[in-house]
Ligand binder design. Structure first.
Ligand SMILES: NC(=O)c1ccc[n+]([C@@H]2O[C@H](COP(=O)([O-])OP(=O)(O)OC[C@H]3O[C@@H](n4cnc5c(N)ncnc54)[C@H](O)[C@@H]3O)[C@@H](O)[C@H]2O)c1
Ligand SMILES: [Zn+2]
Length: 363
């Protein structure tokens, strides 16, 4: 079992990575600061597969466990789901010393954190992520949220979980496609901060399924440590934290232009990273050859580097609406090299647009 710590102004969050990591959550339920009750939030698919394991591990004499089960998928990340969580918790008498448990992918994690941060003006929560994406990205860093019909993640609060338990056993039932989508965020994390990790990640190529648990634990722990250091320096995304958006300017644009659900988020980010590297080379920021190597790494993991059939106009429009714009315009995270980034918001739209034409043609 590996243990990391995320330091935040309001306290430290322990992150456990390994088999049976959820046992550590069980430990929290008994100590001095034991909660008055638990409210578990999950999606029906995750619960069907792993609900028993969670219940058995968390079951503690004298502690009542209530739950909200949501429909699987991004469409559940709504205010309606939030209301269900609040009302279920209220109906079960969860009080200020209650503890919410997010048990699922990033959708469940983001919603549960938001619900916890607002229920009774704030109760604690723990993250038990069950997708690779939620482990290496969504469950760490304290961002929570829900979608509005007007856009993704438009509402939410910053709230650090009390603890995060990344139990790798749960990944055994995750589809290969979802696993690869999470891997894209691992590639991203390595590309922006750790060239050696990137080499290691590249060496696995498409053999993700065969990755043994101990190598996986190592890589997850390393990616989480990188994210944790970035978030510690900049919890509210004033600056440094933006580097985590490498590949996301175009990635978010693709998701919005295509309609959510066609490409997985990680797949859109994979394409976005390929483009950001190309754009960086065009601007003379990224050394030539980096884009090609990065694309080989992405493709080597069976992730896409180009988008098929997309409405270019919609794409440009969607990128223009990105809430992470800088004062001068679209914000780009570019590579100065593997492991080093530059954030810029003054790339002329004309260059983005002509580079995009080349990029889309090569598709
Ligand atoms: N808060 C953050 O910093 C942050 C960062 C990145 C992403 N996110 C958010 O995370 C969400 C995406 O997360 P996600 O990719 O985990 O999506 P998700 O939660 O929708 O899970 C993907 C699918 O996998 C299924 N699933 C989950 N665990 C499983 C398991 N162990 N076995 C089998 N199936 C399983 C789910 O039922 C779902 O159908 C997005 O809403 C995104 O905005 C948040
Ligand atoms: Zn992402």
């Amino acid at each position: 079992m590996r243990k990391l710590t995320v330091r935040a102004p309001n306290g430290d969050t322990p992150v456990w990575v390994g088999n049976e990591a959820i046992r550590r959550v069980g430990g929290l339920l008994r100590g001095k600061s034991r909660p008055s009750s638990l409210h578990v939030v999950s999606d029906r698919a995750v619960w069907k597969l792993h609900g028993r394991t969670l219940e058995e591990t968390l079951s503690t004499p004298g502690l009542s466990i209530s739950k909200t089960l949501l429909a699987p998928g991004e469409s559940a990340k709504s205010i309606a789901s939030l209301e269900r969580i609040w009302r279920d918790a209220a109906r079960h008498g969860v009080d200020r010393r209650g503890l919410f448990v997010a048990f699922g992918g990033g959708v469940v994690g983001d919603l549960t954190g938001f619900a916890a941060g607002t229920f009774l003006r704030g109760v604690a929560f723990v993250q038990v992520p069950t997708t690779l994406l939620a482990m290496v990205d969504a469950s760490v860093g304290g961002k929570t949220g829900a979608n509005l019909p007007e856009g993704k993640n438009l509402v939410g609060v910053f709230l650090q979980p009390r603890a995060v338990a990344m139990d790798l056993r749960f990944l055994a039932t995750l589809s290969t496609r979802e696993l690869r989508a999470g891997w894209a965020e691992v590639i991203k994390t390595a590309a922006i901060r750790d060239a050696r990790l990137l080499e290691r990640v590249a060496s696995y190529g498409p053999r993700l399924d065969a990755l043994d648990r101990s190598s996986l634990a190592d890589i997850v722990a390393r990616a989480v440590a990188i994210k944790a250091r970035v978030v510690e320096e900049d919890e509210r995304e004033a600056n440094l934290r933006m580097i985590l958006n490498f590949g996301h300017t175009l990635g978010h644009g693709i998701e919005a232009a295509q309609g959510y659900g066609k490409l997985l988020h990680g797949e859109a980010v994979a394409i976005g990273m390929a483009f950001a590297a190309r754009l960086g080379e065009r601007l003379g920021v990224t050394p030539s050859g980096v884009a090609r190597t990065l694309e080989e790494i992405i493709a080597g993991a069976d992730l896409p580097t180009r988008v098929r059939s997309i409405d270019r106009r919609l794409l440009i429009k969607a990128m223009g609406r990105d809430k992470k714009r800088g004062p001068k315009g679209q914000r780009w995270v570019l590579l100065r090299d593997f492991g080093e980034t530059v954030i810029t918001d003054d790339v002329p739209v004309r260059i983005v647009s002509s580079e995009l034409d080349r990029f889309l043609e090569k598709g």
